[in-house]
Design a protein around this ligand. Structure first.
Ligand SMILES: Nc1ncnc2c1ncn2[C@@H]1O[C@H](COP(=O)(O)OP(=O)(O)O)[C@@H](O)[C@H]1O
Ligand SMILES: [Mg+2]
Length: 164
């Protein structure tokens, strides 16, 4: 998250987007593909900035859910929000509301669909809550015990670690 933030912090500053971070103490290391997870985070952070063209606040919380053995990351913005109609479509490939002529930003509509696949491959989940005119929260849950399988499709011995 920190290395991803470094990439968007300038963009956020220029757009009057305040960034608030709350990281839990002693968060454990988890097994992930760092490049892929960076791609997910950068898309969520840039989307949040795009939703606040007049500025606002982006709040990033990362915490451990011990009951469910998850690292939970929420990225919350105070942007324009997502209508109920669009909410069911934002994870579809090529769905975008960004139009170069309308709002000066062009979209591919691929960010969230790719992110969805990456998080699913990590055995996690990505969900969204939004209110028009108020803002949006994306939640990314990643398992502390990795469910990623090895290249041959077989679970690696490390995947079988059980917690007592
Ligand atoms: N934080 C957000 N606030 C408001 N709308 C959002 C947010 N994140 C995503 N969206 C909506 O979901 C759509 C799809 O997002 P994405 O897949 O990243 O594609 P793109 O950013 O290229 O449009 C966006 O066009 C936008 O309508
Ligand atoms: Mg995007």
């Amino acid at each position: 998250m920190e290395s991803t933030l470094a990439l968007v912090i300038h963009h956020a500053n220029v757009n009057d987007v305040e960034i608030v971070r709350h990281y839990g103490v002693n968060l454990p290391d988890i097994e992930i593909d760092p490049t892929q997870i960076e791609q997910v985070f950068i898309n969520l952070l840039v989307n949040a900035c795009h939703a606040m063209p007049m500025g606002g606040r982006m709040t990033i919380v990362m915490r451990m859910d011990l009951e469910r053995d998850l690292i939970v990351t929420t990225i919350e913005d105070t942007g324009h929000g997502i209508s109920e109609d669009n909410l069911s479509r934002i994870f579809d490939p090529f769905f975008t509301t960004k139009n170069q002529e309308l709002n000066g930003v062009a979209g591919t509509g691929l960010g969230l669909s790719v992110s969805y696949g990456i998080i699913e491959n990590h055995g996690g989940q990505i969900t969204v809550q939004s209110a028009v005119g108020q803002g949006t929260v994306f939640t990314v849950e990643l398992p502390i015990v990795s469910l990623m399988s090895t290249a041959d499709g077989q679970p690696s011995s490390e995947d079988n670690i059980s917690t007592v």
